[in-house]
Ligand binder design. Structure first.
Ligand SMILES: NC(=O)c1ccc[n+]([C@@H]2O[C@H](COP(=O)([O-])OP(=O)(O)OC[C@H]3O[C@@H](n4cnc5c(N)ncnc54)[C@H](O)[C@@H]3O)[C@@H](O)[C@H]2O)c1
Length: 327
């Protein structure tokens, strides 16, 4: 990526901020697209070290505006498209916003790339598109099942990426990370919500502890995205990124509480349980394709990653509202 000009959408978000940081360190010229607000708040880019921040060209806008996206994508060689609405519970409440942001927003990115002749587009999908595993581990041939409006919107986005590759030869690579966690993740996700509660309260409130997930430390996911941007011959492909290790939420809860060193009570909170058919019961990744095509493999163990995340959250407790259910 040294010397390459890149655009990162969702740069102020959890994964996007880590990716942006890694791109700056790799010597890329980064245009970082953050969601517009009038406070000039750049989200998690605010916490980058000042030298990394100064190296960025930060632009603030909205993915849903095709004119804005076309302008932001002008003159870059590679687009990393991460911006999305991602909390599943909020997608039950605001499905239209998910279609506008995730489907139409992705269309805007693809169309801008087509018009400008961008050399590569990294489109970020999600393991949620697979729904409850029909077989494990899940490879890229597994059927897509839309068990939530979020998943449906990401499937729509993935299919637009596929169609732009087939119809116009747009050099798009779809990377499908399994659950990603680490420093800077918001409490809409299981680990930060458990860790922030365990570090501050005597009780930890959780939803269903039955689902199984394949948990990946954010630096490993970022490494996969970077490799997919540089690897030859992967245009038009979908590439899973995941460890292949399934962990039940009950086990993850124990690991998280242990990492805090606190003694807490666990309470079931029915508000946090998804509708039965919407809950994705099992996601375990087969990443053979990414291993072969990118030489990618995760490096951070779950135990190490949870410990690092717990330590980061302990240092950033004012960023969390552990008394609230963060949808
Ligand atoms: N976190 C995970 O476990 C995970 C797993 C698989 C895939 N993904 C995918 O990775 C990507 C990044 O996820 P994340 O966990 O960093 O989420 P995040 O919510 O932290 O980041 C998403 C970013 O997109 C921005 N955004 C939302 N709407 C926008 C709009 N209309 N215009 C411009 N920007 C907008 C948000 O401001 C936010 O900074 C998403 O595409 C998500 O589907 C995440």
């Amino acid at each position: 990526m040294n010397g390459k000009s890149v655009l990162v959408t969702g740069a102020g978000g959890f994964i996007g901020s880590h990716l942006t940081e890694a791109l700056v360190h790799a010597g890329a010229r980064v245009r970082a697209l953050v969601h517009y607000n009038s406070r000039s708040d750049w989200g998690h880019l605010e916490s980058l070290d000042p030298r990394a921040r100064e190296a960025l060209e930060v632009v603030a806008g909205d993915l849903r505006d095709p004119f804005y996206v076309a302008e932001a994508a002008k003159g870059v060689e590679v687009i990393f498209h991460l911006a999305a609405l991602i909390p599943i519970p909020y997608s039950y409440r605001a499905p239209q916003e998910y279609v506008d942001t995730n489907v139409r927003g992705t269309l805007n990115v693809l169309e801008a790339a087509r018009r400008h002749g961008t050399s590569r587009v990294l489109h970020t999908s999600t393991s949620e598109t697979y729904g409850t595993a029909l077989y494990t581990p899940i490879d890229e041939k597994h059927p897509l099942q839309a068990q939530s409006p979020y998943s449906a919107s990401k499937i729509g986005a993935d299919k637009l990426a596929e169609s732009y590759s087939c119809s116009f030869g747009t050099p798009v690579v779809t990377v499908r990370p399994f659950n990603t966690y680490g420093p800077r993740q918001s409490a809409r996700a299981f680990l930060p919500t458990v860790l922030s509660q365990a570090l501050t309260l005597d009780v930890v409130r959780v939803g269903s502890l039955e689902p199984v997930r394949d948990m990946n430390y954010v630096q490993d996911t970022v490494d996969g995205l970077l490799r997919a941007a540089a690897a030859p011959g992967v245009e038009g492909q979908v590439l899973n990124l995941g460890s292949g290790r399934g962990v039940r939420m009950a086990e993850l809860l124990d690991l998280a509480i242990q990492a805090t060193g606190r003694r807490v009570r666990v309470e079931h909170d029915p508000r946090r349980v998804r509708p039965e058919k919407s809950e994705v019961m099992q996601l375990i990744c087969d990443a053979s394709r990414a291993r072969a095509a990118l030489g990618w493999q995760p490096r951070v163990t779950l135990e190490e990653g949870v410990a690092r995340t717990a330590s980061w959250i302990a240092d950033h407790l004012p960023d969390y509202k552990p008394n609230l259910y963060n949808v």
